[in-house]
Design a binder for this molecule. Structure first.
Ligand code: SF4
Ligand code: SF4
Length: 380
């Protein structure tokens, strides 16, 4: 059975226009908004990676969130709750700053939605999980009646693109994300984790804000690309396939989609039915982290590490931009960054697991991802 995905054309962040596109999408997806939203606590989960302004293209735009929150309330929703667990700390003070900068405050006051300040978590069993059998999920997400997954169309140094599936990693609170990066540092393990989380949460509606997308050094310091698209679907994996198609990358070259295929989930363009026009954008996509398991099998540990450093992408610090805030050092899972206090960050590359949290979380865009020449030739 193919999964329906709706792709709507939308060239501005005008709330009324976005709502019109949403209504069209709901109709295509056979969703009756009264039944879907009516009487329910609807959790709207944007991508709020960092406190960045909407025009920086890092976070889901507040107009997109406002449009959905208004639809929820107009169709009898009990409550629309806006919230995410960001890349930084998950506490009240940080959330307040996050909501202000990303303008979720504006989306909330204009629509009557609530901003989440509950920082509790719920230990959630998941016996069907391939790599997790239980996981802590932010309580406001676990206790909602329905989860509306509202991601941003962006590139990503680790997973190549970040859309619906990766956005759900944000349901895992604060520092636990770091622990998972550390425990599952092979891209196949990490992708399996993301697929497990997506299956556990199973959002009935995923929306991608691709009106202004990001290419290049995503997910936090890439270049804005106007794609003019809103993607909607009831299956998060199907939505990501359509997003990959729009961004000009073969879905099976995206680690999470490739892993989804091994779970028997939609992974190919033939698994989805697209309503709307995907267009033919060509995004600049990072090459991402690759498995080098063949080398690991035949070489000693010391040589595996050397081969790794020759082939895998590495974070590079622009010391002229670095302000010495120390965020990268604090959040580096294996603690291999030093010298940030002197605005002179250095990495012990042998210990670097290539999670790219440093690049993702640097608020000053001082970190880029560079793949050594040999890696570029082999993994073209
Ligand atoms: S997060 Fe960015 S600005 Fe802060 S210390 Fe690291 S590289 Fe420098
Ligand atoms: S240096 Fe950056 S990429 Fe390497 S392990 Fe630390 S945070 Fe991850």
């Amino acid at each position: 059975m193919t999964e329906r995905v709706f792709i709507g054309q939308c060239d501005s962040y005008d709330v009324a226009t976005i709502k019109k596109v949403f209504r069209e999408g709901l109709e295509v997806l056979d969703i009756d908004p009264r039944l879907f939203f009516g009487g329910k606590k609807c959790v709207l989960k944007p991508n709020l990676l960092l406190p960045k302004k909407p025009e920086q293209g890092v976070t889901t735009h507040p107009a997109v969130i406002q449009a959905m929150a208004e639809l929820v309330m107009e169709h009898g929703g009990e409550e629309a709750i806006i919230g995410d667990t960001p890349g930084g700390p998950f506490n009240r003070a940080y959330l307040r700053a996050l909501y202000k900068t990303t303008q979720m405050e504006v989306a909330s006051s204009a629509s009557g939605a609530t901003l989440n300040y509950n920082t509790s978590q719920v230990d959630t069993p998941y016996s069907e999980g391939r790599v997790i059998k239980r996981i802590d999920i932010a309580e406001f997400i676990a206790r909602g009646d329905i989860l509306i997954n509202m991601a941003k169309m962006k590139t990503h140094g680790l997973t190549r693109i970040t859309g619906g599936v990766k956005n759900l990693f944000g349901a895992v609170p604060g520092l636990q994300k770091t622990e998972y990066h550390m425990k599952m540092n092979e891209i196949s393990h990490f992708s399996n984790l993301l697929v497990d989380i997506a299956r556990l949460l199973n959002p009935p509606l995923t929306i991608i804000d691709g009106i202004e997308a990001m290419e290049g050094n995503g997910p936090s310091s890439g270049t804005i690309k106007k794609a003019g698209k809103i993607i909607m679907g009831c299956n998060v994996f199907a939505v990501d396939i359509a997003m990959a198609r729009i961004m000009g990358i073969n879905p099976l070259q995206v680690p999470t989609i490739r892993m989804a295929e091994t779970h028997g989930l939609p992974a190919k363009l033939t698994d989805i039915e697209i309503f709307g026009e995907p267009g033919s954008e060509k995004f600049i996509i990072p090459t991402g982290k690759r498995e080098i398991t063949l080398f690991a099998r035949i070489l000693s540990e010391k040589w595996v590490s050397r081969v790794h450093n020759l082939l895998q992408p590495v974070p590079r610090f622009d010391k002229k931009i670095c302000v010495g805030c120390g965020i990268c050092e604090k959040h580096c899972p294996p603690k291999v960054i030093s010298g940030t206090e002197n605005k002179n960050p250095e990495i012990d590359l042998d210990g670097c697991i290539r999670c790219f949290c440093c690049q993702e979380l640097c608020p000053y865009e001082a970190v880029t991802i560079y793949r050594p020449l040999l890696g570029r030739i082999i993994f073209r």
